[in-house]
Design a protein around this ligand. Structure first.
Ligand code: CO
Length: 134
């Protein structure tokens, strides 16, 4: 059911210094920051030959990554995103398999303008999994 690894997201306390690290130390192509108020993050995209890395910095008071950064002061891997052909079919299959979704289970439009869902990390070996429709 799952397809390509779309991205790995890393929560960071300081987007400017994290961007500089990836640009200068790792020689990566790093985008300009983009604010996504509806998701409570500012994001930078890093294009790799086979996938993407997203650096996430909290935006606003109710950022969903604030608690994560309070526990992981220097940042950390926040989630991984797999592509699926049909997000509703994937959700229904996962619900029937006993997996839980975050929120109400209705897909939201993600950072790439496509429908996304998040699966409960307790059901996936401690990893927050995002599904994005291709
Ligand atoms: Co993501």
């Amino acid at each position: 059911m799952i397809g390509r690894l779309n991205h790995v997201a890393i929560a960071v306390p300081d987007l400017a210094s994290a961007s500089a690290l990836y640009r200068n130390a790792l020689g990566a192509e790093v985008s300009e920051p983009r604010e996504l108020p509806e998701h409570g993050v500012t994001v930078v995209f890093i294009a790799l030959p086979n996938t993407k890395i997203e650096l996430l910095e909290p935006l606003g008071d109710a950022s969903p990554i604030a608690a994560f950064l309070a526990k992981n002061l220097s940042g950390g891997m926040h989630h991984i995103c797999y592509e699926v052909d049909d997000i509703i079919a994937a959700r229904d299959h996962l619900l029937a398999s006993g997996s839980r979704m975050l929120g109400d289970g209705a897909p939201k439009i993600g950072a790439h303008g496509k429908p996304v869902l998040f699966l409960h990390p307790k059901d996936f070996n401690g990893v927050l999994v995002e599904l994005e429709q291709k």
